[in-house]
Design a protein around this ligand. Structure first.
Ligand code: NDP
Ligand code: MG
Length: 391
């Protein structure tokens, strides 16, 4: 199978290439795309004998070219080169760039009709309807990589959609599941980056601590499973072993379980419709002993409610929510704002963009980018105000 990987140097990208390296006879790696780390990208390209490596940051081009000199692997840099790499003919594209930056290349890949293994959830949150329409128009199948959605994809019976009672996404609850508001007010980036179960990129790890990640995932699920979009709910499951469940009207509940290792859902996509072996290993249920579940605390984790409210107001609001959240998370990681300020800033941006009449449904990619940029500007202003008031 011919495969390209967008976000090849990230957490999902590296897990994908780990599986590829274990089954080299199955894969021919075409393009690897990274953001701004040429050395890491060059190492990845050499390990899987990619045809071309492309770094989005144009300034990193010379370093990438030097690192690949004499290997026979081509290199390129800059946004246009990323789009060109994303549209090379392949069977599957792993879309694992983080944030709204992934939207344009993922959309370009979908327009070639290749199967898209979709990890980049922000792409759905900020332009889901446009993206899925374009994918359908070009015959591109979309397979969900995100563990919860991959779980639902495995247990949702297409012939029984009308009999679905509820779709349940599980949430670990993150590192602050049992913390008080006072404790969270003082939480540092280092504390928020210590996810109890999953090892992931920084942005999604902070989103897991605020529960914004689960909010983005409810939006993601509503787009991926539109027939049951009105029946999606969240349950906290601190062990992260049950990833998603579907409850049917007959009283049956089907769940997918597995270790918290993204190589399982990634392999499901890479091998689809067959299953592919991975080194993850099976769960030892007797050793685990207990699985626990609890309702999410929406008062301590307001980001979840903000995302679900944005979903009810549709795509313009989720686009603004996503842009504001990306800016706020970056500011928190830089130590400029507090942990609880993230949700406050997102809420402020939604209120202000609504008051400014910005929240109409974007009907083109240009409109999505304009709304995203507007929300980011408002979020920058909010970050500035909050940062100025901090001791
Ligand atoms: P990482 O931060 O670990 O990796 C991000 C990747 O995107 C890196 O390869 C980075 O390159 C690249 N990148 C960043 N900006 C750009 C850009 N402007 N153009 C091109 N490439 C860019 O993120 P994760 O792997 O954790 O997450 C990737 C996506 O998958 C996210 O949308 C996340 O929500 C989703 N996801 C992740 C899960 C996980 O377990 N990690 C689980 C479910 C979903 P560089 O290294 O050069 O910065
Ligand atoms: Mg997930």
């Amino acid at each position: 199978m011919r495969l390209s990987v967008l976000g090849a140097t990230g957490s999902i990208g590296r897990s994908t290439l780990d599986l590829v390296a274990r089954a080299p006879e199955r894969f021919q790696v075409v393009a690897l795309v990274g953001g701004s780390r040429p050395q890491e990208l060059a190492e990845a390209a050499k390990a899987v004998r990619a045809e071309i490596a492309v770094v989005a940051d144009a300034a990193a081009g010379p370093a990438l070219r030097d690192a690949l000199a004499g290997t026979g692997i081509a290199s390129a840099a800059g946004e246009a080169a990323v789009l060109e790499a994303a549209t090379r003919p392949v069977d599957m594209v792993m879309a694992a760039i983080t944030g709204a930056a992934g939207l344009a290349p993922t959309l370009a890949a979908a327009r070639t009709g290749s199967t898209i293994a979709l990890a980049n959830k922000e792409c759905l949150v900020c332009a889901g309807e446009l993206f899925l329409q374009e994918a359908a128009r070009h015959g591109a199948r979309v397979l969900p990589v995100d563990s919860e959605h991959n779980a639902i994809y495995q247990v949702l019976e297409q012939r029984n959609l009308a009999m679905v009672d509820t779709i349940l996404l599980t949430a670990s609850g993150g590192p602050f599941r049992t913390w008080t508001m006072e404790e969270m007010e003082r939480a540092t980036a280092a504390q928020a980056l210590k996810h109890p179960n999953w090892s992931m990129g920084a942005k999604i790890t902070i989103d897991s601590a605020t529960l914004m990640n689960k909010g983005l995932e409810v939006i993601e699920a509503s787009l991926l499973f539109p027939e049951v979009a009105d029946r999606i709910d969240v349950v906290v499951h601190p062990q992260s072993l049950v990833h998603g469940l579907v409850a049917y009207a007959d009283g049956s509940m089907l769940a997918q379980l597995g270790k918290p290792d993204m190589r399982t859902p990634i392999a499901y996509c890479l091998g689809w419709p067959e299953r592919m072996a991975t080194p993850v290993g099976r769960l030892d249920l007797a050793a685990i002993g207990t699985l626990t579940f609890e309702a999410p605390d929406r008062a301590r984790f307001p980001a979840l409610g903000l995302a679900m409210a944005a979903l009810r107001r549709r795509q313009g609001t989720t686009t603004a929510l996503n842009g504001a959240n990306e800016v706020a998370v970056a500011a928190f990681l830089e130590g400029r704002i507090g942990f609880l300020d993230i949700a406050r800033i997102v809420e402020t941006v939604i209120e202000r963009s609504d008051a400014l009449g910005m929240l109409q449904e974007p009907t083109s990619l240009e409109a999505v980018f304009a709304l995203d940029a507007g929300a980011r500007r408002l979020a920058d202003e909010s970050v500035h105000t909050v940062a100025a008031l901090r001791p």
